[in-house]
Design a protein around this ligand. Structure first.
Ligand code: BGC
Length: 800
């Protein structure tokens, strides 16, 4: 229905735009007398043009005006050009764009990656301005802060860049589970634990979407390997599927209701996730209450009509044959036009709330200086101190340093592929030392920089933006230079660097495991420094977990700054000098050896046919049809190591401080709702320096009938910076679903009757106090609607 109102043909500069999850109207304009834009130039205010109406009716009205051809366009993106990139003229380098419909005055929406910051081209043709974005710490580093408020601030800074660079939908955060350390995109994801993943993702979503732009949580679901990712079929039994892989998404949706979700490349239990109606309509929407739009990953799946049917609303980057397939399917009666309208409703609601639709006058000038400070703070708080003997750290500001390892001089800010950010600079470890006026042994620096420049010059240029170049060979420091360094410095720093990115998984040799050159560098440098009575500190500038057990005895301290974004060097030096007391804790386990991981022998799956397959559009991605059986079931990460008593190098939740904390006065109070608890714990700083502590609450549930891990994280919280001898009381709450297990038989989440022990402590293995409560009768927390079983049950490991 078209409404006829007083017409003032002004651009509708809508105030208070909220991308998603916000109010249902796109404007705070309450009066129908308000100004509007006659977008289709028909001289009247159609409902979709009326900012005073609710967004649901506006979207319905707009959809009713679309032809089938226009519908097919809005349901698919505008395409892709390799190397620059998604067909957005408005924001070059953005990953994709939706179609504009000029006859209806509908602009394109711009979609750009994530997750470590906004990925757009830093320069533009015939334009002298620059468009750098801030490289924030990678997701794994953010999770290591265990500080959701700080991660929300990071989201806030990201959101300003998204909005001020003219982007509508940020293709982040990523939140798959770290089930195997070789998964190539682990750096883009938070943790091996769904609660940490879900809450971290929600923090980014809330921070970004406060700006009235959208986020996209990805990759839904079980995108846990890169090898043959477009043809990989993950087989997962239902309990593990729900408790581990879906659970983080469910938590994020509950805590932040993101604007968009991106389905993954892979299949789960035989069906592409983007073509799985049960997954998208029943689980995601009906069970989880998700209200936003669902888009595919780029070129994912093999049938556009099946994606439409499944409720995968938007196909990205979008290809002409996909549009044609949708039109043909409607015309030949295999796809209902009402199904398209259902999907369009979710796209158009997002569109109507987007900055592009609302003519937001973006500045192209986000506050990069302020965001660099946020990046530095987050990077420093994400640093995990793994080892610190003989008070090797912190160093005094006049300590003389000699820096070994190529990456000391060329820090890795973040991983490659779509998760790479085009930042203006990266502060290396040595830059950070210089900035803090810590003296660095120059002859060593000169030798490294000359060697690395010569080696880099031998490399062929990158073929694509996402190509992961092999690392430069490690410089072998001549004996004489090493002795000079030992003589001239007080501490030796050795950086081990690793990079990874999408399209390929990491390797065991020379990646998870250190190279021989690195091992001999650690041995030689340590021996030389120790002979002179001086300490050695190892720095792990990695996106993921590496082997440490075989060499850690050589060094006095190990610091894990991960890939800390563009301010990584400054942030690390803040920690090395004690300006920031490390408070990062591992959100992913460091095993003793790769072979200790329960998926070590099955990752990343087995080919199911020998035929080589290629993606049909750009022909760059080659692989095989594969099947990956999730044999570890619910025993992922610490849930496995703990339950199966497998010793690890550094456990989940672990991290040292320069001060000491005690946790005491733990109470566990039941709330009015059954199986919900409030936990209180007093954290005292017993040491000599101010610092922050993370309180972690794990639960051991009764044996009962359902498989359970020996401990699961149910809550965490972080103190403010505590002065020596001061105490903070932390309050944490645990919802019933956190205590529940999924029962395939009962088709429900169930808290089984029995004793529940709450372990409140500093890490998964360093528990300060335990409290046991009894739940006398089983409680069904939630019944489910969908059944999610694999074609044949996966033979899982079992602790018995
Ligand atoms: C990645 C996504 C990304 C998309 C757009 C894909 O290759 O898997 O995470 O958002 O490209 O760049």
């Amino acid at each position: 229905m078209t409404s006829f109102f007083k017409r003032t043909l002004l651009a509708c500069a809508v105030a208070g735009v909220s991308a998603c999850g916000g109010s249902n109207t796109t404007s705070n304009t309450s009066s129908v007398e308000a100004a509007f834009t006659d977008r289709n130039q028909n001289g009247v205010m159609d409902d979709y043009e009326n900012p005073a109406l609710d967004v649901t009716s506006r979207a319905k009205n707009l959809i009713s005006l679309l032809s089938l051809e226009q519908k097919a366009h809005l349901l698919t993106g505008t395409g892709f050009q390799l190397n620059n990139v998604g067909g957005s003229e408005k924001v070059p380098g953005a990953a994709g764009s939706t179609f504009a419909i000029p006859e209806l005055g509908i602009p394109a929406m711009v979609l750009a990656d994530g997750p470590a910051g906004l990925r757009i081209s830093p320069t533009r043709d015939n334009d002298t301005a620059s468009y750098f974005a801030t490289a924030f710490p990678i997701a794994t580093a953010l999770a290591s802060t265990w500080n959701t408020a700080l991660v929300t601030q990071v989201g806030d800074a990201m959101g300003e860049e998204v909005k001020e660079y003219g982007v509508d939908l940020f293709l982040a955060p990523g939140m798959n589970i770290h089930a195997n350390p070789l998964a190539g995109r682990n750096f883009e994801y938070y943790s091996e634990d769904p609660l940490v993943s879900g809450l971290m993702a929600a923090s980014i979503v809330n921070g970004v979407e406060a700006h009235g732009v959208g986020t996209t949580i990805k990759h839904f679901v079980a995108n846990n390997a890169e090898t043959s990712r477009m043809w990989l079929d993950a087989h997962i039994n239902e309990q593990a599927y729900r408790e581990i892989y879906l659970r983080g998404f469910e938590i994020a949706i509950e805590a932040s209701q993101p604007c968009a979700i991106m389905t993954s490349y892979n299949k789960v239990n035989g069906v592409y996730t983007s073509q799985d109606e049960v997954l998208l309509e029943t689980v995601l929407r009906d069970e989880f209450g998700y209200e936003g739009l669902v888009m595919t990953d780029w070129f994912a799946g093999d049938s556009a009509p099946a994606q439409m049917q499944a409720g995968n609303d938007l196909i990205m980057p979008g290809m002409p044959d996909q549009r044609q397939a949708i039109i043909d399917a409607v015309n030949n009666g295999t796809l209902l036009e009402t199904t398209l309208d259902r999907n369009l409703q979710r796209i158009v609601e997002t569109l109507l709330k987007s900055p592009s639709y609302n003519d937001y006058a973006y500045s192209n000038q986000p506050d990069l200086d302020a965001h660099a400070q946020v990046a530095r703070q987050a990077a420093a708080e994400g640093v995990v101190l793994l080892k610190n003997t003989n008070h090797a750290l912190p160093i005094q500001s006049d300590t003389k340093i000699a820096a070994f390892g190529n990456t000391s001089y060329d820090f890795i800010a973040g991983g490659t592929g779509s998760g790479d950010v085009n930042e203006a600079y990266t502060v290396s470890l040595v830059d950070g030392l210089n900035n803090a006026n810590v003296p660095v042994f120059e002859p060593l620096k000169e030798a490294y920089t000359a060697f690395m420049a010569a080696e880099a010059a031998k490399r062929p240029p990158k073929k694509h933006f996402f190509e992961l170049q092999s690392p430069l060979p490690e410089f072998s420091v001549p004996e004489a230079l090493l002795s000079d360094a030992v003589e001239a410095s007080d501490v030796g720093l050795i950086t081990i660097g690793r990079n990874a990115g999408e399209f390929q998984d990491r390797k065991l040799d020379a990646d998870f495991n250190l190279t021989n050159a690195e091992l001999s560098m650690i041995a030689q440098v340590s021996a030389a420094y120790h002979k002179a009575g001086k300490p050695v500190v190892a720095v792990l500038n990695t996106g993921g977990v590496v082997e440490v057990a075989s060499w850690r005895e050589h060094v006095d301290a190990i610091v894990l700054p991960w890939q800390g974004g563009q301010e990584a060097g400054n942030a690390l030096v803040d920690v090395l000098t004690g300006k920031v007391n490390p408070s990062g804790r591992l959100a992913t386990t460091f095993p003793l050896a790769y072979s200790d991981n329960p998926t070590a022998t099955v990752f990343p799956g087995k080919p199911t046919s020998e035929e080589t397959v290629k993606d049909p559009y750009i022909g760059l991605f080659v692989g095989k049809h594969m099947q990956f059986d999730y044999v570890d079931g619910i025993y992922v990460g610490y849930r496995y190591y703990d339950t199966f008593n497998v010793p690890v190098a550094y456990e989940f939740g672990y991290g040292l401080s320069y001060t000491d904390f005690s946790i005491s006065k733990v109470t566990v109070q039941p709330s009015e709702n059954p199986a919900e608890f409030t936990i209180k714990a007093a954290v005292s700083n017993k040491g000599k320096l101010p610092g922050k502590e993370v309180v972690q609450v794990y639960v051991t549930a009764p044996a009962g009938n359902l498989p359970k891990a020996s401990k699961s994280l149910v809550a965490f919280n972080k103190t403010a910076s505590l002065q020596p001898d001061s105490t903070e009381m932390l309050t944490l709450s645990v919802k019933a679903k956190q205590l529940a297990s999924f029962s395939e038989q009962q088709r429900a989440w169930v808290v089984e009757a029995g004793d529940y022990t709450f372990h409140v402590g500093h890490s998964s293995q360093n528990i300060a106090q335990q409290v046991t409560v009894n739940i006398p009768e089983s409680i069904v927390v939630e019944n489910v609607l969908a059944t999610l079983t694999p074609p044949a049950p996966v033979a899982e490991i079992s602790p018995q």
